[in-house]
Design a protein around this ligand. Structure first.
Ligand code: HEC
Ligand code: HEC
Ligand code: HEC
Ligand code: HEC
Ligand code: HEC
Length: 173
Protein backbone atom coordinates (compact mmCIF):
# COMPACT_ATOMS: atom_id res chain seq x y z
CA UNK A 1 0.00 0.00 0.00
CA UNK A 2 1.52 3.35 -0.94
CA UNK A 3 0.70 6.67 0.50
CA UNK A 4 2.27 9.87 -0.83
CA UNK A 5 3.17 12.34 1.86
CA UNK A 6 2.34 15.97 1.35
CA UNK A 7 3.75 19.00 3.10
CA UNK A 8 1.49 20.46 5.76
CA UNK A 9 1.16 23.78 3.91
CA UNK A 10 -0.80 21.89 1.26
CA UNK A 11 -3.17 20.55 3.92
CA UNK A 12 -3.87 24.15 4.92
CA UNK A 13 -4.48 25.17 1.31
CA UNK A 14 -6.87 22.23 0.86
CA UNK A 15 -8.69 23.27 4.04
CA UNK A 16 -9.23 26.80 2.77
CA UNK A 17 -11.00 25.32 -0.25
CA UNK A 18 -13.52 23.30 1.79
CA UNK A 19 -17.15 24.34 2.10
CA UNK A 20 -18.42 25.24 5.59
CA UNK A 21 -20.34 22.00 6.08
CA UNK A 22 -17.22 19.98 5.37
CA UNK A 23 -15.40 21.80 8.17
CA UNK A 24 -17.42 20.62 11.13
CA UNK A 25 -17.30 17.44 13.16
CA UNK A 26 -20.80 15.95 13.57
CA UNK A 27 -21.63 15.51 17.28
CA UNK A 28 -22.20 12.20 19.06
CA UNK A 29 -25.94 11.45 18.66
CA UNK A 30 -26.00 12.67 15.04
CA UNK A 31 -28.64 10.51 13.31
CA UNK A 32 -29.60 11.89 9.88
CA UNK A 33 -32.91 10.78 8.32
CA UNK A 34 -32.29 7.97 5.80
CA UNK A 35 -34.09 7.48 2.47
CA UNK A 36 -35.35 4.09 3.71
CA UNK A 37 -36.11 3.33 7.38
CA UNK A 38 -33.48 0.60 7.74
CA UNK A 39 -32.87 -0.65 11.31
CA UNK A 40 -29.67 -2.37 12.51
CA UNK A 41 -31.61 -3.46 15.62
CA UNK A 42 -34.14 -5.46 13.56
CA UNK A 43 -31.57 -7.01 11.23
CA UNK A 44 -28.84 -7.85 13.77
CA UNK A 45 -31.52 -9.61 15.87
CA UNK A 46 -31.88 -12.01 12.89
CA UNK A 47 -28.27 -13.09 13.49
CA UNK A 48 -26.78 -11.30 10.45
CA UNK A 49 -23.09 -10.40 10.85
CA UNK A 50 -21.55 -7.03 9.94
CA UNK A 51 -19.42 -8.42 7.11
CA UNK A 52 -22.44 -9.84 5.30
CA UNK A 53 -23.45 -6.25 4.49
CA UNK A 54 -20.18 -4.33 4.93
CA UNK A 55 -17.42 -6.03 2.98
CA UNK A 56 -14.08 -4.32 3.37
CA UNK A 57 -12.57 -3.38 0.04
CA UNK A 58 -10.00 -0.91 -1.31
CA UNK A 59 -11.42 2.55 -2.00
CA UNK A 60 -11.73 3.77 -5.57
CA UNK A 61 -8.65 5.92 -5.10
CA UNK A 62 -6.79 2.65 -4.48
CA UNK A 63 -5.59 3.66 -1.02
CA UNK A 64 -7.27 2.85 2.26
CA UNK A 65 -10.08 0.41 2.88
CA UNK A 66 -13.78 1.25 3.04
CA UNK A 67 -16.59 -0.91 4.42
CA UNK A 68 -19.14 0.03 1.78
CA UNK A 69 -22.89 -0.64 1.78
CA UNK A 70 -24.85 -3.75 0.76
CA UNK A 71 -26.32 -4.23 -2.71
CA UNK A 72 -30.08 -3.71 -2.96
CA UNK A 73 -30.37 -7.11 -4.67
CA UNK A 74 -28.99 -8.67 -1.48
CA UNK A 75 -31.69 -7.01 0.65
CA UNK A 76 -34.33 -8.23 -1.82
CA UNK A 77 -33.19 -11.81 -1.18
CA UNK A 78 -35.43 -11.56 1.87
CA UNK A 79 -37.73 -8.71 0.98
CA UNK A 80 -39.29 -10.13 -2.18
CA UNK A 81 -41.33 -12.04 0.41
CA UNK A 82 -40.83 -10.36 3.83
CA UNK A 83 -42.95 -7.19 4.29
CA UNK A 84 -43.32 -6.84 0.55
CA UNK A 85 -46.38 -4.59 0.94
CA UNK A 86 -44.56 -2.06 3.14
CA UNK A 87 -44.02 1.38 1.54
CA UNK A 88 -40.40 1.31 2.81
CA UNK A 89 -39.80 -2.01 1.05
CA UNK A 90 -41.46 -0.61 -2.09
CA UNK A 91 -38.69 2.04 -2.24
CA UNK A 92 -36.08 -0.68 -1.80
CA UNK A 93 -37.67 -2.86 -4.49
CA UNK A 94 -37.70 0.08 -6.91
CA UNK A 95 -33.99 0.79 -6.29
CA UNK A 96 -33.17 -2.89 -6.86
CA UNK A 97 -35.27 -3.06 -10.06
CA UNK A 98 -33.63 0.14 -11.38
CA UNK A 99 -30.21 -1.18 -10.28
CA UNK A 100 -29.72 2.17 -8.54
CA UNK A 101 -27.89 2.29 -5.21
CA UNK A 102 -29.92 3.78 -2.35
CA UNK A 103 -28.38 7.12 -1.40
CA UNK A 104 -27.74 6.43 2.29
CA UNK A 105 -26.87 9.58 4.21
CA UNK A 106 -23.45 9.19 5.81
CA UNK A 107 -23.37 9.08 9.61
CA UNK A 108 -19.57 9.02 9.99
CA UNK A 109 -17.92 11.69 7.89
CA UNK A 110 -14.34 12.87 7.95
CA UNK A 111 -13.01 15.99 6.33
CA UNK A 112 -11.58 15.11 2.92
CA UNK A 113 -8.09 16.04 4.20
CA UNK A 114 -8.10 13.07 6.59
CA UNK A 115 -6.77 9.67 5.62
CA UNK A 116 -8.46 6.70 7.31
CA UNK A 117 -8.09 3.00 6.73
CA UNK A 118 -10.40 0.35 8.23
CA UNK A 119 -7.99 -2.54 7.66
CA UNK A 120 -5.28 -1.03 9.89
CA UNK A 121 -7.79 -0.78 12.72
CA UNK A 122 -10.00 -3.85 12.42
CA UNK A 123 -7.43 -6.33 11.09
CA UNK A 124 -3.94 -5.19 12.15
CA UNK A 125 -4.88 -3.62 15.50
CA UNK A 126 -7.93 -5.92 16.03
CA UNK A 127 -10.15 -3.08 17.27
CA UNK A 128 -13.84 -4.08 17.43
CA UNK A 129 -16.40 -2.23 15.28
CA UNK A 130 -18.26 -1.29 18.47
CA UNK A 131 -15.22 0.58 19.85
CA UNK A 132 -15.82 3.29 17.23
CA UNK A 133 -19.44 2.71 16.14
CA UNK A 134 -21.16 1.69 19.40
CA UNK A 135 -23.73 -1.07 19.89
CA UNK A 136 -25.61 -1.12 16.60
CA UNK A 137 -27.74 -4.05 17.76
CA UNK A 138 -29.48 -1.54 20.04
CA UNK A 139 -30.03 1.09 17.31
CA UNK A 140 -33.29 1.28 15.33
CA UNK A 141 -31.77 4.40 13.71
CA UNK A 142 -28.02 4.51 12.98
CA UNK A 143 -26.59 7.09 15.36
CA UNK A 144 -23.07 8.48 15.71
CA UNK A 145 -21.59 6.88 18.84
CA UNK A 146 -18.09 8.35 19.05
CA UNK A 147 -16.75 11.78 18.13
CA UNK A 148 -13.69 10.61 16.13
CA UNK A 149 -12.33 14.13 15.79
CA UNK A 150 -8.61 14.81 15.68
CA UNK A 151 -8.15 14.71 19.46
CA UNK A 152 -10.11 11.46 19.81
CA UNK A 153 -8.05 9.78 17.06
CA UNK A 154 -4.76 11.06 18.51
CA UNK A 155 -5.62 10.08 22.11
CA UNK A 156 -6.15 6.46 21.09
CA UNK A 157 -3.00 6.49 18.94
CA UNK A 158 -1.01 7.77 21.95
CA UNK A 159 -2.52 5.08 24.22
CA UNK A 160 -1.90 2.30 21.73
CA UNK A 161 1.55 3.46 20.63
CA UNK A 162 0.45 4.21 17.03
CA UNK A 163 2.25 7.12 15.29
CA UNK A 164 0.87 10.67 15.69
CA UNK A 165 2.83 12.72 13.16
CA UNK A 166 0.69 15.17 11.14
CA UNK A 167 1.47 13.42 7.85
CA UNK A 168 0.24 10.10 9.24
CA UNK A 169 -3.45 11.13 9.04
CA UNK A 170 -3.16 14.03 6.62
CA UNK A 171 -1.58 12.29 3.64
CA UNK A 172 -2.76 12.96 0.08
CA UNK A 173 -5.71 10.79 -0.95
C1 HEC B 1 -10.92 3.05 14.81
C2 HEC B 1 -12.31 3.37 14.60
C3 HEC B 1 -13.15 2.49 13.69
C4 HEC B 1 -13.34 1.12 13.75
C5 HEC B 1 -12.71 0.13 14.71
C6 HEC B 1 -14.32 0.80 12.71
N1 HEC B 1 -14.68 1.94 12.05
FE1 HEC B 1 -16.06 2.08 10.57
N2 HEC B 1 -15.61 4.06 10.30
C7 HEC B 1 -14.72 4.77 11.08
C8 HEC B 1 -14.54 6.10 10.52
C9 HEC B 1 -13.63 7.20 11.05
C10 HEC B 1 -15.38 6.15 9.36
C11 HEC B 1 -15.51 7.30 8.37
C12 HEC B 1 -14.48 7.07 7.30
C13 HEC B 1 -14.43 8.09 6.22
O1 HEC B 1 -15.37 8.85 6.04
O2 HEC B 1 -13.41 8.10 5.50
C14 HEC B 1 -16.05 4.86 9.27
C15 HEC B 1 -16.97 4.51 8.28
C16 HEC B 1 -17.67 3.30 8.24
C17 HEC B 1 -18.71 2.96 7.30
C18 HEC B 1 -19.21 3.84 6.17
C19 HEC B 1 -18.63 3.40 4.83
C20 HEC B 1 -17.15 3.57 4.76
O3 HEC B 1 -16.47 2.58 4.53
O4 HEC B 1 -16.66 4.70 4.93
C21 HEC B 1 -19.15 1.70 7.59
C22 HEC B 1 -20.23 0.90 6.88
C23 HEC B 1 -18.35 1.23 8.72
N3 HEC B 1 -17.47 2.23 9.11
C24 HEC B 1 -18.47 -0.02 9.28
C25 HEC B 1 -17.55 -0.57 10.18
C26 HEC B 1 -17.51 -1.98 10.56
C27 HEC B 1 -18.46 -3.05 10.06
C28 HEC B 1 -16.46 -2.12 11.44
C29 HEC B 1 -15.91 -3.41 12.07
C30 HEC B 1 -15.58 -4.48 11.13
C31 HEC B 1 -15.85 -0.79 11.61
N4 HEC B 1 -16.52 0.10 10.82
C32 HEC B 1 -14.79 -0.48 12.45
C33 HEC B 1 -14.09 4.32 12.21
C34 HEC B 1 -14.00 2.99 12.60
C1 HEC C 1 -32.14 -12.25 6.22
C2 HEC C 1 -33.32 -11.55 5.69
C3 HEC C 1 -33.24 -10.04 5.55
C4 HEC C 1 -32.33 -9.31 4.83
C5 HEC C 1 -31.11 -9.80 4.06
C6 HEC C 1 -32.78 -7.94 4.92
N1 HEC C 1 -33.91 -7.85 5.67
FE1 HEC C 1 -34.95 -6.16 6.09
N2 HEC C 1 -36.17 -7.19 7.33
C7 HEC C 1 -36.12 -8.54 7.54
C8 HEC C 1 -37.08 -8.89 8.59
C9 HEC C 1 -37.35 -10.28 9.15
C10 HEC C 1 -37.74 -7.69 8.95
C11 HEC C 1 -38.81 -7.47 10.03
C12 HEC C 1 -40.15 -7.77 9.44
C13 HEC C 1 -41.26 -7.53 10.46
O1 HEC C 1 -41.23 -6.50 11.15
O2 HEC C 1 -42.14 -8.37 10.52
C14 HEC C 1 -37.15 -6.64 8.12
C15 HEC C 1 -37.59 -5.34 8.13
C16 HEC C 1 -37.12 -4.36 7.28
C17 HEC C 1 -37.69 -3.02 7.12
C18 HEC C 1 -38.91 -2.48 7.84
C19 HEC C 1 -40.14 -2.66 6.95
C20 HEC C 1 -41.40 -2.20 7.62
O3 HEC C 1 -42.21 -1.53 6.95
O4 HEC C 1 -41.59 -2.51 8.82
C21 HEC C 1 -36.91 -2.34 6.22
C22 HEC C 1 -37.10 -0.91 5.72
C23 HEC C 1 -35.86 -3.25 5.80
N3 HEC C 1 -36.04 -4.46 6.44
C24 HEC C 1 -34.87 -2.93 4.89
C25 HEC C 1 -33.83 -3.78 4.54
C26 HEC C 1 -32.67 -3.38 3.77
C27 HEC C 1 -32.41 -1.98 3.25
C28 HEC C 1 -31.89 -4.48 3.63
C29 HEC C 1 -30.54 -4.58 2.97
C30 HEC C 1 -29.53 -3.68 3.50
C31 HEC C 1 -32.57 -5.58 4.30
N4 HEC C 1 -33.72 -5.11 4.85
C32 HEC C 1 -32.11 -6.89 4.32
C33 HEC C 1 -35.29 -9.43 6.90
C34 HEC C 1 -34.23 -9.11 6.09
C1 HEC D 1 -28.51 -6.37 6.66
C2 HEC D 1 -27.39 -5.52 6.33
C3 HEC D 1 -26.57 -4.88 7.41
C4 HEC D 1 -25.93 -5.48 8.48
C5 HEC D 1 -25.96 -6.95 8.89
C6 HEC D 1 -25.17 -4.45 9.14
N1 HEC D 1 -25.36 -3.25 8.51
FE1 HEC D 1 -24.48 -1.48 8.95
N2 HEC D 1 -25.58 -0.53 7.52
C7 HEC D 1 -26.47 -1.15 6.66
C8 HEC D 1 -27.15 -0.15 5.86
C9 HEC D 1 -28.23 -0.41 4.83
C10 HEC D 1 -26.63 1.10 6.27
C11 HEC D 1 -27.03 2.49 5.73
C12 HEC D 1 -28.25 3.02 6.47
C13 HEC D 1 -27.97 3.48 7.87
O1 HEC D 1 -27.02 4.25 8.08
O2 HEC D 1 -28.72 3.07 8.78
C14 HEC D 1 -25.64 0.83 7.31
C15 HEC D 1 -24.88 1.80 7.94
C16 HEC D 1 -23.87 1.53 8.87
C17 HEC D 1 -22.99 2.51 9.48
C18 HEC D 1 -23.02 4.01 9.20
C19 HEC D 1 -21.97 4.36 8.15
C20 HEC D 1 -21.98 5.80 7.72
O3 HEC D 1 -20.95 6.46 7.83
O4 HEC D 1 -23.02 6.28 7.26
C21 HEC D 1 -22.15 1.85 10.32
C22 HEC D 1 -21.05 2.47 11.16
C23 HEC D 1 -22.51 0.45 10.27
N3 HEC D 1 -23.55 0.29 9.37
C24 HEC D 1 -21.89 -0.54 11.00
C25 HEC D 1 -22.34 -1.84 11.10
C26 HEC D 1 -21.81 -2.82 12.05
C27 HEC D 1 -20.68 -2.55 13.02
C28 HEC D 1 -22.52 -3.97 11.86
C29 HEC D 1 -22.41 -5.27 12.65
C30 HEC D 1 -22.57 -5.12 14.11
C31 HEC D 1 -23.48 -3.72 10.79
N4 HEC D 1 -23.35 -2.41 10.37
C32 HEC D 1 -24.36 -4.65 10.25
C33 HEC D 1 -26.69 -2.51 6.55
C34 HEC D 1 -26.21 -3.47 7.44
C1 HEC E 1 -9.46 2.91 19.48
C2 HEC E 1 -8.14 3.33 19.03
C3 HEC E 1 -7.99 4.08 17.73
C4 HEC E 1 -8.80 5.08 17.24
C5 HEC E 1 -10.06 5.68 17.86
C6 HEC E 1 -8.21 5.51 15.98
N1 HEC E 1 -7.09 4.77 15.70
FE1 HEC E 1 -5.94 4.91 14.01
N2 HEC E 1 -4.82 3.33 14.61
C7 HEC E 1 -4.91 2.73 15.85
C8 HEC E 1 -3.85 1.74 15.98
C9 HEC E 1 -3.56 0.86 17.20
C10 HEC E 1 -3.12 1.78 14.74
C11 HEC E 1 -1.87 0.97 14.37
C12 HEC E 1 -2.21 -0.24 13.57
C13 HEC E 1 -0.90 -0.93 13.14
O1 HEC E 1 -0.29 -1.55 14.01
O2 HEC E 1 -0.53 -0.76 11.98
C14 HEC E 1 -3.77 2.78 13.92
C15 HEC E 1 -3.37 3.09 12.63
C16 HEC E 1 -3.84 4.17 11.89
C17 HEC E 1 -3.38 4.56 10.58
C18 HEC E 1 -2.27 3.87 9.77
C19 HEC E 1 -2.82 3.09 8.62
C20 HEC E 1 -1.71 2.46 7.79
O3 HEC E 1 -2.04 1.74 6.87
O4 HEC E 1 -0.53 2.70 8.07
C21 HEC E 1 -4.04 5.71 10.24
C22 HEC E 1 -3.86 6.54 8.98
C23 HEC E 1 -4.97 5.99 11.31
N3 HEC E 1 -4.82 5.04 12.29
C24 HEC E 1 -5.84 7.08 11.31
C25 HEC E 1 -6.84 7.27 12.28
C26 HEC E 1 -7.83 8.32 12.22
C27 HEC E 1 -7.90 9.40 11.15
C28 HEC E 1 -8.64 8.14 13.31
C29 HEC E 1 -9.85 8.95 13.73
C30 HEC E 1 -10.87 9.20 12.72
C31 HEC E 1 -8.16 6.99 14.04
N4 HEC E 1 -7.05 6.49 13.39
C32 HEC E 1 -8.74 6.51 15.20
C33 HEC E 1 -5.85 2.99 16.84
C34 HEC E 1 -6.91 3.89 16.75
C1 HEC F 1 -4.50 10.28 14.32
C2 HEC F 1 -4.94 11.10 13.24
C3 HEC F 1 -4.52 12.55 13.17
C4 HEC F 1 -3.27 13.08 13.36
C5 HEC F 1 -2.00 12.37 13.77
C6 HEC F 1 -3.38 14.50 13.08
N1 HEC F 1 -4.66 14.80 12.72
FE1 HEC F 1 -5.37 16.64 12.16
N2 HEC F 1 -7.24 15.88 11.93
C7 HEC F 1 -7.58 14.57 12.15
C8 HEC F 1 -9.00 14.43 11.95
C9 HEC F 1 -9.78 13.13 12.10
C10 HEC F 1 -9.49 15.69 11.57
C11 HEC F 1 -10.88 16.07 11.11
C12 HEC F 1 -11.95 15.89 12.12
C13 HEC F 1 -13.29 15.92 11.41
O1 HEC F 1 -13.43 15.49 10.25
O2 HEC F 1 -14.19 16.40 12.02
C14 HEC F 1 -8.34 16.59 11.55
C15 HEC F 1 -8.42 17.93 11.20
C16 HEC F 1 -7.33 18.79 11.17
C17 HEC F 1 -7.39 20.17 10.78
C18 HEC F 1 -8.65 20.90 10.32
C19 HEC F 1 -9.09 21.96 11.25
C20 HEC F 1 -9.90 21.51 12.40
O3 HEC F 1 -11.07 21.89 12.48
O4 HEC F 1 -9.42 20.76 13.27
C21 HEC F 1 -6.12 20.68 10.90
C22 HEC F 1 -5.66 22.10 10.60
C23 HEC F 1 -5.28 19.60 11.36
N3 HEC F 1 -6.03 18.46 11.51
C24 HEC F 1 -3.93 19.72 11.63
C25 HEC F 1 -3.11 18.71 12.15
C26 HEC F 1 -1.71 18.90 12.56
C27 HEC F 1 -0.95 20.21 12.50
C28 HEC F 1 -1.26 17.67 13.00
C29 HEC F 1 0.09 17.33 13.58
C30 HEC F 1 0.39 18.00 14.85
C31 HEC F 1 -2.38 16.74 12.86
N4 HEC F 1 -3.48 17.41 12.34
C32 HEC F 1 -2.32 15.40 13.18
C33 HEC F 1 -6.74 13.54 12.49
C34 HEC F 1 -5.39 13.65 12.78
Amino acid sequence: MKRALIPFAIVLLALAALADDELKTDPVGYAPAQPIAYSHKTHLALGLKCNVCHAMKPTEAGEGFAMGFPKESFCMGCHTTIKKDSPEIAKLAKAAADKKAVEWVRVYRLMPIVWFNHAAHTQTAKIACATCHGDLAAMPVTTKARLLNMKDCMDCHAERGAPNGCDFCHASQ
